[in-house]
Design a protein around this ligand. Structure first.
Ligand SMILES: [Zn+2]
Length: 343
């Protein structure tokens, strides 16, 4: 509990520091982009897909974790999946709205679907698949990986894989852990994913904050010694500090020009960015959830900004499912990365 509280406080302090550092170091550069972004964010509802030059040179990965608004996991603050049936389901309309937005912008993405949702709403998974998107696994019961034993983790993932296989006729090629919860304490999970036949994982935020890590890990997509590809969460270095960005609470909480600038900066450095969202984030007024104040804040802050920001991203940047973005790297891979610490 004490450790969780410490991490929670660290999370808030880190965010505060990030605002200060970012403001001081990049103010001048952002003045021009700020005006552009604000205008675009407001205009995005009527903007058709377009190319803005440099951003089109790099194809980024767009991903969604398909789960209910109440399928959350935080250390010391989580609901077991046995309790989920008591809540109102909203995943179907939220996901259909997401599909509609992507169709309008002619963008395809990767949808990491929760096994519990597959069992309850198989037609929704089929609909995502039929519209040409990639289906990945988000596990079954949304349990943080570092809280599980290897056997439990294997059973949870295998259950979701079997459900997806029954619905789509294919095994998912990619996996994302709940809350990016594969860290330095449970890298054994990557070997289990390789044994289960996964082609790639995207469950690691290589940054020293919250439950993330390991921070030394390679930040570009790379292949590990066991053959599994890893597509890390997006991070940006500012004033000697590293910050996660590009999705979920970070996309909603950071001023949008920060995300916009960070994507351009990473793309200019030859790195694709992985954007991740949840269909429930399109709902500005979710039902009240029984969770701690901090986690309620993380889960609900700026929900009304998700939709215009997603529209802006789809309008300006090029996106593809993770599997297709990784294909560009597979030809470039010289040798597998065996351990963390390679830059
Ligand atoms: Zn999730």
């Amino acid at each position: 509990m004490g450790k969780a509280l410490f991490r929670s406080r660290t999370w808030f302090v880190t965010l505060e520091v990030s605002y200060v550092n970012i403001s001081l170091c990049a103010c001048a550069k952002w003045v021009k982009q700020l005006a552009c972004c604000r205008r675009s964010e407001h205009e995005s509802k009527s903007v058709r897909p377009r190319c803005l030059g440099e951003a089109c040179a790099m194809v980024n990965a767009l991903t969604f974790d398909v789960e209910e608004y109440f399928c959350y996991s935080y250390p010391g603050d989580n609901l077991n999946c046995e309790e989920w049936q008591d809540f109102e389901s909203r995943v179907v309309p939220h996901t259909l709205e997401t599909l509609k937005i992507l169709e309008y912008h002619n963008v395809r993405a990767t949808f990491f679907v929760l096994g519990w949702v597959c069992r309850r709403d198989p037609f929704l998974i089929r609909e995502i698949c039929d519209r040409g998107h990639e289906i990945g696994s988000h596990g079954y019961a949304h349990r943080m990986v570092f809280t599980q034993k290897p056997r439990e983790f294997r059973d949870d993932v295998k259950c979701s894989v079997d459900l997806i296989g029954e619905i789509t006729g294919e095994m998912p090629r990619g996996y994302r852990a709940p809350s990016f919860s594969i860290n330095g304490d449970c890298l054994w999970a990557l070997d289990i994913l390789a044994e289960l036949g996964f082609h790639y994982d995207t469950s690691i935020f290589p940054v020293a904050m919250r439950h993330y890590g390991p921070p030394e890990m390679e930040r570009k997509p790379h292949r590990r010694e066991n053959g599994l590809w890893e597509f890390p969460g997006a991070t940006i270095d500012i004033a000697g500090l590293r910050f996660p960005f590009g999705g979920g609470g970070y996309l909603r909480l950071y001023p949008f020009p920060i995300t916009h600038w960070a994507i351009h900066r990473m793309n200019a450095a030859g790195r694709p960015v992985m954007i991740y969202l949840h269909p429930w984030e399109l709902d500005p007024n979710p039902p009240l959830q029984p969770r701690g104040l901090l986690h309620r804040f993380q889960h609900t802050v700026n929900l009304a900004k998700t939709r215009p920001r997603l529209l802006h991203l789809c309008s300006e940047f090029s996106f593809a499912p993770i599997g297709e973005v990784l294909a560009c790297f597979e030809g470039e891979a010289e040798r597998p990365v065996s351990q963390v610490g390679h830059k």
